[in-house]
Design a protein. Structure first.
Ligand code: ATP
Ligand code: MG
Length: 356
């Protein structure tokens, strides 16, 4: 019997609503599999905590999270708390402190009815975006000079270290090799004449160690177009922090929207906990109404199981989501159904028990 200790940060808005459904799935797995058990420790950090304490998480928050096997996060963000504070003081802080330098976002169409693209099948939209998650354009480096003066200048510097660039590119090559898929690097070497020229060089250099991996290299503007017109070009994609952020939202749009998009923040060395979260935010417009789609949060449980080496469960959860997507009436309003968040979560547990 293996016990996995999970830190829950439900966060704000619809975060707690969808995390509750993900926890239902984990508890179902625990009851179906005598080899697995979970402990859950909840941390009520987020914007409410910020309004009371002036910080998004406890002062010793990072220390308290350090020993967990995984962090399961809902969403943070609240009207009244500036987005850059909620993001930097919790989400980005955890990513950085725990060196979760790999962000994995599957762009997988689970049902052809979900894509706005004409005549695209599940086979044609099925790839993995591996996004650099620790530096690059989101390094937080820059300056704000002559604030409010006519000569005001703002600098936002991208930081691409040799170590940071090599390790993400190597991770992507390993993934492509392991799964026998092609690898596409997305960059912008023609306009970003330092950072992206360097990125392209590293991509080529590291590639010499992987002669068995077929590679492609696209400019980010062209790639954005292909995400929509020819997503079948992509199998494994590696890209920088900013480009990955934007491209994966296009990825979400072509596979069913924010209610389905998931992301894992991985520390591959396993020195620190990794973090699993739906990509969407706190969605204040629908929070408290009980209609948030929990599938993205449940898909991130599938990623968590893969990370724990329980790939069988990862695959079963995904197969279950695929099944539920055929039952229109069991889905939440964003997918055209009439179910509540809890009803959909309960139905997913039911199907999971049958699939398992
Ligand atoms: P953040 O700044 O935290 O990323 P955001 O303003 O970008 O937040 P999201 O919270 O990601 O917005 O959501 C954008 C819109 O998508 C929401 O207003 C909501 O209507 C819809 N949405 C997001 N997540 C879900 C979900 N799980 N179920 C249903 N609708 C959702
Ligand atoms: Mg957003």
């Amino acid at each position: 019997m293996k016990t996995f200790n999970i830190a829950l940060i439900p966060g704000d808005g619809i975060g707690p609503e969808v995390v509750a459904e993900g926890v239902k799935i984990l508890k179902a797995i625990e009851s179906l599999d005598s080899e697995i058990s979970f402990t859950f420790t909840e941390f009520s950090w987020g914007c409410e905590y910020y309004l009371e304490n002036g910080r998004m998480m406890a002062e010793d928050g990072i220390e308290r999270l350090r020993a967990f096997d995984a962090i399961y996060l809902g969403a943070v963000g609240y009207p009244g708390v500036p987005d850059h504070i909620s993001l930097w003081d919790l989400l980005l802080r955890i990513r950085k402190e725990f060196d979760q330098y790999v962000n994995i976002r599957p762009i997988t169409l689970l049902n052809p009815s979900l894509t706005p693209l004409k005549d695209k099948t599940e086979k044609e939209i099925d790839f993995l975006v591996i996004r650099e998650n620790s530096e690059g354009e989101y390094a937080g480096a820059g300056d704000w000079l002559f604030k409010g003066k006519p000569e005001e200048v703002v600098l936002q510097t991208g930081v691409f270290s040799r170590k940071g660039t090599e390790r993400i590119i190597r991770y992507a090559y390993e993934e492509a090799r392991k799964s026998k898929r092609t690898l596409t690097s997305i960059s912008k070497g023609n306009a970003l004449n330092y950072s992206m020229v360097f990125w392209d060089e590293v991509f080529e250099e590291v590639g010499k160690e992987y002669p068995d991996v077929q590679t492609y290299s696209y400019l980010v503007d062209a790639a954005s177009l292909y995400f929509v017109t020819e997503p079948e070009r992509f199998e494994v994609v590696v890209t920088s922090n900013l480009f990955g952020d934007i491209l994966t939202d296009i990825g979400a749009a072509i596979t069913g929207g924010m209610g389905l998009a998931t992301g894992a923040n991985i520390n591959p060395e396993r020195n620190f906990p990794s973090m699993f979260e739906p990509v969407h935010g706190s969605a204040p417009d629908i929070s408290g109404k009980g209609i948030a789609n929990p599938i993205a949060a449940i898909w991130s449980v599938s990623q968590m199981m893969d990370f724990f080496g329980k790939e069988q469960w990862g695959a079963t959860i995904l197969a279950t989501i695929k099944e539920i997507l055929k039952e229109k009436e069991s889905l939440t309003p964003d997918l055209g159904g009439t179910a509540t968040t809890q009803e959909l979560g309960d139905r997913i547990v039911e199907i999971l028990c049958i699939q398992a």
